[in-house]
Design a protein around this ligand. Sequence first.
Ligand code: NAD
Ligand code: MG
Length: 294
Amino acid sequence: MSQHNPNEISRPVPPFERQPQEVPGLASKMVPVPDHGEKSYKGSGRLAGRKALITGGDSGIGRATAIAYAREGADVAINYLPAEESDAKEVIALIEAEGRKAIAIPGDITSEDFCQQLVSEAVEKLGGLDILVNNAGRQQFCESIADLTTESFDKTFKTNVYAMFWITKAALPHLKSGSAIVNTSSVQAGKPSPMLLDYAQTKASIIAFTKGLAKQVAEKGIRVNAVAPGPYWTPLQSSGGQPQEKVMKFGEEAPFGRPGQPAEIAALYVLLASDEASFASGQVWCSDGGTGTF
Ligand code: NAD
Ligand code: MG
C-alpha cells in the first residue's frame, strides 16, 4: 500500500448520520468520533521543553494540536468552555500520559478580563510561554442577513477576533525570540459561504491580523502564521456550524470526497511552532482536501 494516497488509509466518508448538538458540541458525542491522533500521532522531540497555550484545546483541531504538541515534548495549557469539561479531561489525561505538564483553564474568552487571566494563569503554571495557538472559534450558520442579529454577529466577532487580539496582546510581553503564534483562519476567508457571513468576515480578519502582526513583531524574532482549514470533522459543524443536511454530506465537495480528521492538520501546527519553520512568518497555510482555496 502506498503511503502517499490519503484516501488509501480508511477514513470516514459521507453520508453521515444526523447528529444535532447544542453549542458548544462535544467531540465524544459525534458519530463517528473524530480522530485527533490519539492512537496515531508520533512525536520526535520537535517542541522539546516548549510551553504552549492552546484555546479550544478540548476538541477538534485544538485537541489534535494539544496531543501532537505534548508528544513533541511541550507542556500544554488548554482553554475551553466549562460545558466542555468532559472532552477537556480526556485531553488532559492524554498530555499527562506523555509525561508533560497539562494545565486546564476553563472560561469564556468573550470577556477581555478572562483573556488576561487566562494568559497570566498559563504563564504562571507553565513557568513561561513560547507558543500561542489561537484556535477557539464560533460558527453559527444563518441563511439571510435579515435574520443575522447584532447579538449573534457580535458574539462571533468577540470569540474569533476580539479574543485573539486580547489573548495575543496579553501573551506578547512573555514571548521571546524563537516564540511563535499560530492563528486559525479558514477557507471561508477566501471563499465565503452565503450562510456564514459573520464567520467568514472574522476568518478574513484573522489573516489581516496575522500578516500585520508578523511584520510588527519580526524584529523581536517572533513568528506569526495562520492555518486555514477546509472541512474538518469536528463538533463545531454539528452544533449549528452547518444545517444538519450539510453535516450529513460534510466534505463531499472536496476533491478527496470526505472531511479531514483533526489528526490530519496537527502537523501543520507543529511545524509552524517549531524552529524548523524559522523563516516562515506572516503566511496562511491551507489544508482543504485538494480544493486549493489559497
Ligand atoms: P471545535 O468545536 O472542536 O473547537 C472550537 C472550540 O472553540 C471549542 O472546543 C470551544 O472550546 C472553543 N470556544 C468557542 N467559543 C468559546 C468561548 N466563548 N470561550 C472559550 N472557548 C470557546 O471545532 P474546530 O473545528 O476544531 O474549531 C477550531 C478552529 O478551527 C475554529 O477557529 C474554527 O473556526 C476553525 N475551522 C474549523 C473548520 C472545520 O471544518 N471544522 C474549518 C475551518 C476553520
Ligand atoms: Mg469543544
